[in-house]
Design a protein around this ligand. Structure first.
Ligand SMILES: [Zn+2]
Length: 326
């Protein structure tokens, strides 16, 4: 059934010339595939701006047929060097979601450290051996179980990752306490990446000047929190603090705060974070749930997105099911 409020939102993370990069194992989109996907989008969809989407939500007006909005998470320098020129050339607006800590403190998010640790070594079993040794050495101090307990519990493959990769990600992103997670990630980062966090942060992420430049060229920049925490794990004052730090940053770089938007880190929404966004005047927020979004007022803080992998990466390809549902 046709719905006059349907909006396709696409989510991107790393977009780079992977094959010729220092970390060809990183899970990202090849730049050449991005170029093709943009041509596919231009051929089949109607790219809209965030301001148009907000207008349609506020006024409950019809959004153009096959409307599409492109979003880019985590402030990667890929987005400035690779994505931005292509969007400009094709006159398409991108929406960029920035965890402000990486810009203001030159840190590297733990989740990114884990991506690069996994991409750095050809043999993941070596990393798992290191983790085994570390679990043993911290066992009494942190009252840990045996390594085998964690491995049995966490190492289950899904459609994206092997059981070994899932084990490393779950153990270091969720299972251990934050303090110990950070310690282990830092030890592995030093061993496998071998450059300072400051230096790596400057390579991996955009800087303030890049963001200001993109804003001046009509791109949209929104909140992805400050620390990239799981918002559904925070207390009310913690989520408020995350949004305050993030909004202060957006305001400072020149974002129009009458039209600010947000993106839940890891898609981690809950009632409390939705209410806090609403209270702070946020206009809409995007999740990582896979679906076509609707520009209804009641859905504006839970707008699902497709992943880049859900759309063809070849301009000549026939439209797929997401086109027909849009
Ligand atoms: Zn993120």
């Amino acid at each position: 059934m046709k719905n006059i409020n349907n909006l396709t939102i696409v989510m991107y993370h790393y977009v780079r010339d992977l094959k010729n990069s220092k970390f060809p194992g990183i899970k990202g989109l090849e730049l050449s595939s991005f170029i093709e996907q943009i041509q596919y989008i231009k051929k089949n969809y109607h790219p809209v701006t965030m301001e148009e989407v907000i207008y349609c939500i506020e006024n409950q007006s019809k959004i153009p047929d096959k409307s599409i909005l492109l979003t880019f998470d985590d402030a990667y320098s890929d987005h400035y060097s690779n994505v931005f020129p292509i969007l400009q050339k094709n006159k398409i607006q991108g929406s960029f979601y920035i965890p402000s800590k990486v810009i203001t403190e030159h840190k590297v998010l733990d989740v990114n450290k884990i991506h690069f640790i996994l991409a750095s070594s050809f043999n993941i079993l070596r990393i798992i051996d290191d983790i085994k040794l570390l679990i043993n050495s911290y066992k009494s101090q942190y009252k840990l179980y045996d390594f085998d307990y964690y491995y049995k519990k966490l190492a289950h493959k899904n459609s994206w990752d092997s059981k070994e990769v899932i084990f490393v990600k779950r153990l270091l992103q969720v299972e251990l306490t934050e303090d110990l997670r950070t310690k282990i990630v830092d030890i592995l980062f030093t061993k496998y990446i071998g450059i300072s966090e400051f230096e790596f942060s400057n390579e991996l992420y955009m800087n303030e000047e890049d963001l200001v430049n993109m804003l001046n060229c009509g791109m949209h920049i929104g909140s992805h929190g400050h620390n990239h925490f799981w918002w559904n794990a925070l207390t009310q004052s913690e989520i408020e603090n995350e949004l305050n730090l993030s909004c202060d940053f957006l305001q400072r770089i020149g974002v129009d705060m009458t039209n600010w938007t947000a993106c839940y880190p890891y898609g981690s929404y809950d009632d409390q974070s939705v209410n806090m966004l609403s209270k702070k005047g946020c206009k809409l927020a995007v999740t990582v749930d896979t679906n076509i979004a609707k520009t209804n007022k009641e859905d504006r803080f839970l707008m699902p997105r497709l992943d880049t992998n859900d759309l063809p990466k070849n301009r000549a390809e026939k439209p797929n099911k997401w086109y027909h549902q849009a």
